[in-house]
Unconditional design. Structure first.
Length: 152
């Protein structure tokens, strides 16, 4: 399964080993792991809760993953996104792209993260010393995703 949405933690090394085991057609494996921050701006974050509608999130992540496969020659892709309460340092998201060459693997991983940040239905609530609050969408994330709207 190329896309998973789950409450449980994941092991980056084990996921990469499973995805690349026995593959001789892969020349590049790019991984991105998103972690729960302990600070935003000048405020400390005690924890973050990610909420989602799991079926909708899986469908959107599968759509984004399929788009990446049409844009780049990829041997395999894995996207794992967690939901629930996480503390600083906890894993949140994992993107792995396998390709014959590094350029495709890097570009596809970046594309997947840009679209995941802006299109996947996850809502973040941060617990801070000053109280809690929902995290608003960022214009920087939208601009990063917009750059992929042209030809590859």
């Amino acid at each position: 399964m190329a896309v998973r949405v789950q409450r449980e933690d994941f092991d980056v090394g084990a996921e990469l080993a499973r995805l690349s085991a026995g593959r001789v057609d892969v020349g590049a494996a790019v991984t991105f792991t998103g972690l729960c921050r302990g600070v935003t701006g000048s405020e400390t974050i005690g924890a973050m809760t990610l909420e989602t509608y799991e079926a909708m999130a899986v469908a959107e992540l599968e759509r984004i993953e399929a788009e990446a496969r049409t844009r780049w020659p990829l041997q395999d892709v894995l996207v794992v996104h967690r939901y629930g309460r996480m503390e600083p340092g906890d894993n949140i998201v994992l993107v792995v792209t396998l390709s014959e060459h590094r350029q495709a693997a890097f570009a596809a991983a970046e594309f997947l993260m840009d679209f995941l940040k802006t299109h996947a239905p996850f809502w973040k609530f941060e617990e801070k010393g000053s109280g809690g609050g929902w995290v608003a969408a960022r214009a920087e994330d939208d601009a990063a995703a917009d750059r992929w709207s042209g030809p590859t």
